[in-house]
Design a protein around this ligand. Structure first.
Ligand SMILES: *Cc1c(COP(=O)(O)O)cnc(C)c1O
Length: 370
């Protein structure tokens, strides 16, 4: 008799739903027999600017070393990050994307019988990382689509080891201010590691969004995670980082794959970090695009959730799945978020001006069809 290898998986894994990524351009092109160049993808919060030329040059320079393992300690990138972030090198953990950092935290600190607290409508990787190691997920109802930090505090119990909070959150774009974060951190028990996921922080400069780094010194139970996938435009390379106490970084380093960040990602991230013009242009483009999208949605009479990311959740005023399908037929890929408990919303990444227009025109067309 053969084993039932679904039933044999640990219970947390059996109950997981796999992560659903944005639909790839080539897949839609195949399905609808479209020219890939005619398709607009605003589904994965990717940077529409294309990669930094400095990052591309760094990758080309690295090609000659293809046969070598990468620097498993990521010395050059860690040094740069430590200097930028005002921390010691020993406080930096590099990840294969910041997803990797979230998983390292779960692997090191969670186990069956323990739990992680996070919000309803929060990033999908939190339940995956938590349940994958057999721990319980304590999901706290959202407030106005955002994190209800006092309720999350109240959900912490003696078996809680990790709280995941995203600022801003994906997919909702919601955020909390410095005071709310400080109040929260002050009351979180010392044995609970707070993972502050700042995947979009570079877009929030000059706003009322707190900078997690400002809280690291005061709160040894804080880990800030960041990524090169969004404002730095390197999603394909998979590189992110965590900033924490040296003790937490040492623990994460024990469970990390020896060469979790490849040499192209290391080189490109170093270059991207030093390309100030690229980051400034990413921000400018995002701000202008967000205004363009909001103006267009206003014109269409649609609501949305105000966002501090490079994406916006649109309330299409009805079940969104058919609208998503209609947009696909117009060659526009956005992200359905019914699996985040948001059946009437679609998440749209801020694109180039022409891409945003394509989306708004297609949405208008699809909605007019009824
Ligand atoms: C995109 C994203 C990440 C991480 O992406 P990586 O590509 O793995 O760095 C983490 N958290 C949130 C909230 C995100 O939206």
């Amino acid at each position: 008799m053969s084993g039932n290898f679904l039933a044999l998986a640990q219970p947390g894994v059996q109950q997981l739903s796999p992560y659903v990524p944005g639909k790839p351009v080539d897949e839609l092109a195949r399905e609808l027999d479209l020219d890939p160049a005619s398709i607009v993808k605003l589904a994965s919060n990717e940077n529409p600017l294309g990669a930094s030329p400095k990052a591309l040059a760094a990758i080309r320079d690295e090609l000659a070393e293809l046969t070598r393992y990468p620097d498993g300690n990521g010395f050059a990138l860690k040094s740069l990050l430590a200097e930028r972030c005002g921390v010691e090198l020993s406080q930096v953990t590099l990840g294969n994307g910041s997803n990797d950092i979230l998983e390292l935290v779960a692997r090191a600190y969670l186990a069956p019988g323990l739990n992680a607290v996070f919000s309803e409508h929060a990033f999908a990787v939190y339940p995956i990382a938590t349940q994958a190691v057999g721990a319980d997920a304590h999901v706290v109802p959202a407030k106005d689509w955002g994190h209800d930090l006092p309720a999350m505090l109240a959900a912490i119990d003696a078996n809680t080891r990790v709280v995941f909070i995203a600022n801003p959150n994906n997919p909702t774009g919601t955020w909390f201010d410095a005071q709310a974060l400080d109040d929260f951190l002050q009351d979180v028990p010392e044995h609970v590691l707070v993972v502050l996921d700042e995947a979009y922080i570079e877009y929030a400069e000059g706003s009322d969004m707190p900078d997690g780094l400002d809280f690291l010194a005061a709160y040894p139970n804080l880990l800030v995670s960041r990524t090169f996938s969004k404002a730095y435009g390197l999603a394909s390379l998979r590189v992110g980082y965590g900033l924490s106490t040296a003790v937490v970084a040492d623990v994460l380093n024990r469970v990390r794959q020896p060469f979790n960040v490849n040499s192209f990602a290391l080189a490109a991230a170093c270059a991207a970090l030093q390309d100030e013009a690229y980051l400034a242009e990413s921000r400018r483009l995002n701000e202008a695009g967000m205004q363009q999208l909001e103006a267009g949605l206003r014109e269409l009479g649609l609501g949305w959730i105000p966002s501090k990311g490079n994406f916006i959740c649109v309330d299409v005023g009805r079940v969104a799945a058919p609208v998503y399908q209609g947009l696909l037929r117009e060659g526009v890929i956005v992200r359905p978020v019914a699996n985040y408990g948001m059946p009437n919303h679609l998440r749209v990444t801020v694109g180039l001006p022409a891409e945003n227009s394509r989306f708004l025109d297609a949405l208008s067309k699809v909605l007019a069809r009824g």
